[in-house]
Design a protein around this ligand. Structure first.
Ligand code: GRF
Length: 198
């Protein structure tokens, strides 16, 4: 096997998907290795986890907008990722839209996990949207990131049931169990594919 591809991770939250990505990479021979974490939230759990795992991590103050970064801040992220020789990027609960500096620096090489069966329920709190729509099934999707919101090419999905008595929190917890199996598997498959085509 060639040396693992270097993965950069962007996250704003507790980091449970980041955790399983690291655990999978460290427990078996994988085609990727998490090497850097960047967060737009100073006290995000993902930064604390990165410290525990001894993976370099940085907080970047997100600037004035709620749902995106300024171009300068995104460019700073690119600089960090390139300095760490990152080959590809995984968003793991990153709550801002990714725009040109990142998309241009890693074309076709940014993955995201979204808590619904896309194209159903893009955007925020997809588990709540699923409850409100009274669907019998939802799930999670790993997809490539493009300039749209949760619109990029789908790489893999897992399904979970939704029961009539479920609260949105119960649905999200069930989706997260599925995410933790799906994300490391798809990230690894993606890394294997790009290592082979290099
Ligand atoms: C996940 O549900 C993911 O689908 C969404 O944000 C959540 C992040 O959770 N994009 P965590 O920080 O990985 O625990």
């Amino acid at each position: 096997m060639t040396s693992p591809l270097r993965l950069g991770i962007l996250g704003s939250g507790k980091g449970s998907n980041f955790q399983v990505l690291v655990e999978a990479a460290r427990s078996k021979s994988c085609y990727y290795e998490p090497v850097m974490v960047l967060s737009d939230v100073a006290d995000a759990g993902i930064l604390k986890l990165a410290e525990q795992f001894k993976i370099p991590a940085h907080f970047l103050a997100p600037g004035p907008f709620k749902t995106k970064l300024t171009e300068a801040i995104e460019q700073e992220m690119v600089t960090y990722l390139q300095a760490a020789q990152v080959d590809f990027v995984a968003l793991a609960g990153f709550m801002r839209v990714v725009k040109e500096p990142l998309l241009k620096a890693f074309p076709g090489r940014i993955l995201n996990i979204h808590p619904s069966l896309l194209p159903q329920f893009p955007g925020l709190a997809a588990w709540k949207q699923a409850c409100e729509a009274h669907v019998a099934e939802t799930g999670c999707t790993v997809h490539l990131v493009d300039e749209g919101i949760d619109t990029g090419k789908i790489l893999g999905q897992s399904r979970v049931p939704v029961f009539p008595e479920d609260t949105p929190e119960m649905v999200h917890a069930r989706i997260q169990v599925a995410e933790h199996e799906l994300y490391p598997r798809i990230v690894n498959e993606f890394a294997r594919t790009i290592s082979k085509s290099a």
